[in-house]
Design a protein around this ligand. Structure first.
Ligand code: IPM
Ligand code: MN
Length: 353
């Protein structure tokens, strides 16, 4: 298969993990005879510094012309601490999501048996937890009408029926391929937008008679996720709730550095880790490349290249079992491996497989 990939390394640890993602992609393509080419593009703080725009038109064009985007991370503290900044790196990410029509963000939450002890939750609670959060990504408060002066400010949480229908359809399709259990997470006891979500979900549920649909308020879902994470199979929720719940989800796995995601919708799909740019770690060769590498697995799987994805997952598991791990998940007394060494080990494993 021919694969044209747009690579957006971004800020902080982004370029370092991006390099390892690309190396793994190359190794897999070589092994399976795929013809891959890359176009690099600017985004985030790096793009603001160079061309004054966190998601420049040229980057948009490169993404539109690619089969998939391999995205790393954006964000820089120099913007976080300046409330007067007119442009922010995160706006680049939001612009990308909106302009590529990426309304469905797929965030799997899984556990790795050898890392169970890294979760702050009890072993017997998290062992075997395996669910997918489907986060709506181009609507809600993130993109609704906003206002701010010194006395008053608001964000609008607006959703239309077609926006809700299309994300629920994605969620039902995932549920059908998995354990056929969908949890619709909302705040229908308070929010009008949530009541419409629930109404639309109730209308759609009969089209998927094999799927058990349940409805849960977001506060309750946040509790259930850490009390009984194995309850969930597929959960679907609006943009803001999904943002919050997926950070919580990373505690089940044990490290933010392990969670990949896929964003799909109208145009080119984007594959990215759920973590941020961790600017403090930039250049230190300590960032975990696994979330990025697992995003590459999701990329192959998106194109139905299942064996390719499976080989990456196998290599990642083998690296963890061999204690080839970045410091945040390394065992006590374990050898020191950096971003580069972990990536290289996985590349070698794939080559030898
Ligand atoms: C995420 C991030 C982004 C979000 C930020 C960086 C804008 O937290 O992808 O979850 O809030 O969506
Ligand atoms: Mn987030």
């Amino acid at each position: 298969m021919d694969l044209k990939i747009a690579v957006l390394p971004g800020d902080g640890i982004g370029p370092e993990i991006s390099e390892q993602g690309v190396a793994v992609m190359n190794a897999v393509c070589e092994k399976f005879g795929h013809n891959v080419s890359y176009q690099y593009a600017l985004c985030g703080a790096d793009a603001i510094d160079r061309v004054g725009d966190p998601f420049p038109e040229e980057t948009f064009e490169i993404c539109m012309n690619a089969d998939a985007v391999l995205f790393s991370a954006v964000g820089d503290p120099k913007f976080d601490n300046d409330p007067t900044a007119k442009v922010r790196p995160e706006q680049g990410l939001l612009a990308m999501r909106k302009k590529l029509g990426l309304f469905a963000n797929i965030r799997p939450v899984e556990t790795f048996d050898c890392l169970i002890h890294k979760s702050p939750l009890k072993d017997e609670l998290v062992r075997g937890a395996d669910f997918i959060c489907i986060r709506e990504l181009t609507g809600g408060m993130y993109f609704g009408e906003k206002y701010q002066d010194d006395e008053k400010a608001y964000d609008t949480n607006a959703y239309t029926r077609p926006e809700i229908e299309r994300i629920l359809k994605v969620a039902y399709e995932y549920a059908m391929r998995r354990r056929k259990h969908l949890t619709v997470v909302d705040k229908a006891n308070v929010l009008a937008s949530s009541r419409l979500w629930r109404q639309v979900a109730k209308e759609m549920a009969p089209q998927y008679p094999e799927v058990v649909t349940d409805y849960m308020f977001v506060d309750n879902a946040a509790m259930r996720m850490i009390q009984d994470p194995r309850f969930f199979d597929v959960m679907v929720t609006e943009n803001t709730f999904g943002d919050i719940l997926t950070d919580e989800g990373s505690c089940i796995t044990g490290s933010m550095g392990l969670l990949p995601s896929a964003s799909t919708g109208e145009h080119t799909p984007v594959f990215e880790p759920i973590h941020g740019s961790w600017p403090q770690a930039k250049g230190l060769n300590i960032a975990n490349p696994l979330a990025q590498i697992l995003s590459v697995a999701m990329l192959f799987e998106y194109f139905n290249l299942k064996e390719e994805g499976a080989l990456i997952r196998k290599a990642v598991n083998a690296s963890l079992d061999a204690n080839v791990r970045t410091p945040e998940i390394q065992v006590e007394g374990g050898e020191r491996y950096g971003t580069i060494e972990v990536g290289q080990w996985i590349v070698d494993y794939i080559k030898k497989a």
